[in-house]
Structures are given as C-alpha cells and as structure tokens.
Design a protein around this ligand. Structure first.
Ligand SMILES: [Zn+2]
Length: 254
C-alpha cells in the first residue's frame, strides 16, 4: 500500500494549547503507517474565536502570516506536510504560495463572520478558482449552503467531519449536497455509521481519511477507518488515493 495521508490536521507553534507543532504530530502518528499530512493552522492563530465582535488588527494579521508561513517549511523529507492556506477576512490571497495545496475556511456559530459580500471575497474566490484549489469549509449550515450554491459554485469543497460541524451529516444529505460532484468530505471524528451510509449512497471517491489532530488522535482515527473492513480499493482511496487524485487537479499559480 502507498503511504497513508492524513487529510485533516492542525499544525502551529504559536498556539501551544494543546501542543500541535508538526513535531508533536509526527511523534503521535509516525508509528501507525501515516506517511504525510495535510495541515492548516490552528484557529487561534487566525482570529479571536472568543470575541464575536472581533474585526481585525495588525497583530492578528502578523499572527496569521506567521501561521500560514510556518506550514510551508514544517515537514521533512521522511514526513512531508501538505500545507493549506487558512484564509480570513482580509482574504489575503497575495500570501498564497505555489506550495499551498488548498484553502482552510472556518467559522462556528457565534464566531466573527466572514465578509461574504466584500469585493475582496469575490476576488479570493476567483484566485481559488483559477488554481482549482480545494477549500476545507467548516461553517454553519446556512453559510455552507450559500458558499456552495452562490458564493463559489463549482469550486471543490471538502466538508470536514462528514458535516458534523456544518449542520450535520443528515442536513447536508437532505439538501442534496453530498451527491454534488465538486463536494468532498473527510472522516475526522465522524461516526462509522455515517461513513458507511455515505459510502453506500455516494461511493468512496470523494471521501478522505482525516484525524483532526490535535482534537482527534491520528492512529485512533485511522484505526476507525481500517476496522470497517472495507474493500481494498475503497480503503486505499480513503487513506490516500482520493486525496492524491484530488490534488492532482490543482493548477499552478498564475
Ligand atoms: Zn479541524
């Protein structure tokens, strides 16, 4: 089997609560057969999630810049990091490097909102579209639907946790989201029964194994998937093949 890729982990050295540097990750995951990891910065390196009225300031802009930059050099040859750029309300796509392989877009209810109507947002979507970068989108249900249908139609979106924090797996099912061909999902902290239901209905090709380190344990999350005794091709797709194929659709920056 080709090396296993974890498609969902947080990595950073500014927010150390809990410890979540690349080194911390590698120590926890190296024994279990995982060979590389998609990482995006921790939320608390991007915006103040505890202040719903939070706007932005220079200090946080610098913190974000450092957070996104850290991941560009975090991995090593034996254990590569696939960095995703965590975008926030300044929509700073000028900081995107050719090495960024995806976008992280994240907000929970009660947290400061993305300015979806700002021209900078539309510009960012255009850049994302040009490079065909996948977007890991964790947002409340109504913004998830709006993003997929109106803000960024056709853009490849990965919904983490099989929708657990986007309104739930079933709500997205009712809205016909999972069958859309540009919508992917990851298994991080999702239940085995939702994973099985998804595979039955939508096939395996857009489902990615992820751990949500440091909130999920990489080895345990991998074990959860392996213990489902899936057909070999399905399992191989989930633990790396699907992600590799998805990222091969990325286009270099222009
Ligand atoms: Zn996460």
């Amino acid at each position: 089997m080709k090396s296993i890729i974890d498609a969902h982990a947080h990595g950073g050295i500014q927010d150390r609560n809990p410890p979540q540097s690349f080194r911390d990750y590698a120590e926890r995951a190296r024994g279990g057969g995982i060979g590389s990891v998609v990482m995006f910065p921790p939320v608390m390196e991007i915006y103040d999630r505890h202040d719903p009225g939070f706007e932005d300031n220079f200090r946080w802009q610098e913190r974000r810049r450092r957070a996104n930059r850290y991941l560009l050099t975090a991995g090593d040859e034996d254990f590569p990091v696939i960095p995703y750029f965590f975008i926030w309300n300044d929509f700073a796509v000028d900081q995107l490097s050719d090495d960024h392989q995806g976008i992280k877009w994240h907000r929970h209810p009660g947290e400061p909102v993305y300015h979806y109507d700002a021209p900078e947002c539309a510009n960012a979507i255009e850049v994302i579209r040009e490079r065909n970068l996948p977007v890991v989108l964790e947002e409340e249900l109504k913004n998830t639907l709006r993003f997929i249908r109106e803000i960024a139609p056709g853009v490849r979106v990965i919904i983490p946790h099989l929708g657990l924090l986007n309104g739930g797996y079933d709500a997205l099912k009712r809205h016909g989201i999972w069958e859309m061909e540009n919508i992917y999902a990851d298994t991080a902290l999702a239940s085995a029964s939702d994973i099985a239901d998804y595979l039955n209905r939508y096939g395996h090709e857009r489902l990615l194994f992820g751990s949500d380190f440091p909130f999920g344990d990489p080895e345990e999350e991998l074990e959860k998937v392996l213990q489902m005794n899936l057909p070999e091709d399905v399992q191989e797709g989930l633990v790396g093949g699907n992600l590799r194929r998805m990222l091969s659709g990325n286009r270099p920056g222009v």
